[in-house]
Design a protein around this ligand. Structure first.
Ligand code: ZN
Length: 397
């Protein structure tokens, strides 16, 4: 019997992760109106009307309830883009009881993961171009480790546990990036903007669309910029972003649809990138952002809803990858096997066998049925939390 370990859970072709950066206890008012306007909130308003979460839920997440979202949280008072600029409201995540309650709501939400995104996000300079991203401000590994430890404590103070992963601010790793992450006990990290391979034809070998280890930490790729508009989003025709998409199509025949299809066919990670708000302290619109991109996001998730994908958080993808990387199948008899591992005692994993039109089940050594295989084209698959070094049987049922 040809038993294999599936690349992804339930033998899906690709994992789909929805990543939203820069959740913070921040508001940037754009008008004098007392009422909150869509886009002004970065998280401070929790679940109130027109808040970041209210907008995102009503306009996307409620329509696609399978989506799993990883939110990247700025933990302390964030720096403005340039000295002298101010957010309308800007506090650390532990300052307001209401915001802490909101974070706990998210933390307990089964489709949401809260992840780490620094303390201040960096340091403002005289001009916007002088802004130093947080990891660029670390002038020694020790300073970096101290600041990460401080941010992780704020995170724990708010939700009761440490983040298992996160992302550099502005994808800038500074001089001590990977080492600071490995030594801070993160399980996973989003190290790079890997979509640059598609967007700018970048050839640097650090960029790739698959999961790998970096000093023992799982490197989760970031692959799709959700502000890259489909040419079918006619509402945005003649905007700068639409013209960029048109240019990419005319010059290189690139479309976001083809990019996603290629990731899918190659069983790579479809990790969709967003920001919590369009507004920055310098008055510029930042892209991508959930408000400007909402039609495009709906379009992308409609495309994905017709595919065999696994909606997952970064943490879930990291767990699967760690399990897959650390176990081997040992065939023991004609219809029996064990999973072997030097590091694990149990592992949730998907196994596959070829489909020969019979019904199969997984049994333990007492002939107790554990679970039935499910069929998908020419493959039968089964996801189970396996004990390592236990004898399992596969039999016709
Ligand atoms: Zn950020």
């Amino acid at each position: 019997m040809n038993i294999k370990i599936a690349k992804w859970k339930d033998d899906a072709l690709s994992p789909v992760i929805f990543m939203v950066d820069d959740i913070a206890n921040i508001v940037i008012k754009q008008s004098d109106s007392n009422e909150l306007q869509i886009g002004e909130d970065w998280g401070h308003y929790g679940r109130e009307k027109n808040s970041m979460w209210d907008f995102l839920s009503k306009n996307l997440l409620d329509k696609f309830p399978k989506i799993k979202t990883t939110l990247f949280l700025v933990t302390d008072k964030r720096a403005p883009m340039a000295l002298g600029e101010e957010h309308s409201y800007n506090k650390s995540i532990v300052e307001d009881k209401k915001f802490i309650e909101f974070l706990n709501y998210l933390h307990q939400h089964k489709n949401v993961e809260l992840a780490y995104h620094g303390t201040t996000h960096g340091k403002a300079g005289i001009k916007h171009e002088d802004f130093l991203q947080e990891w660029e401000t670390f002038d020694s590994l020790e300073k970096g480790l101290e600041e990460i430890a401080r941010g992780k404590e704020l995170f724990k103070q708010a939700v009761g546990s440490y983040p298992t992963g996160g992302k550099y601010c502005g994808y800038q790793e500074g001089d001590f990036g990977p080492e600071s992450i490995a030594k801070s006990n993160f399980k996973w990290w989003a190290y790079h903007w890997d979509g640059i391979i598609w967007d700018k034809n970048a050839k640097d070998s650090r960029y790739n669309y698959d999961v790998e280890f970096n000093q023992g930490v799982v490197d989760i790729p970031t692959t799709v910029d959700a502000s890259t508009l489909s040419l079918r989003i006619f509402k945005r025709v003649f905007t700068r972003k639409y013209l960029k998409s048109l240019y990419l199509y005319i010059k290189e025949r690139k479309t976001i649809e083809r990019h996603i299809e290629s990731l899918y066919q190659n069983r790579q990670v479809i990790a969709i990138q967003e920001h919590s708000s369009p507004f920055r302290t310098d008055g510029k619109i930042q892209y991508p952002n959930i408000v400007s991109d909402i039609d495009n996001l709906n379009y992308i998730f409609t495309l994905l809803s017709k595919k065999d994908v696994w909606y997952a958080t970064c943490d879930e993808v990291a767990n699967y990858f760690i399990n897959r990387s650390n176990i081997k199948i040992s065939i023991e008899g004609e219809n029996s096997f064990k999973l072997l591992s030097k590091r694990l005692t149990e592992a949730e994993i998907t196994i596959t066998i070829e489909n020969n039109l019979k019904q199969y089940g997984l049994f333990d050594h007492n002939s107790q049925l554990i679970s039935e295989f499910k069929a998908k084209n020419n493959i039968l698959y089964l996801t189970n939390n396996f004990n390592i070094n236990f004898l399992y049987y596969i039999k016709v049922i």
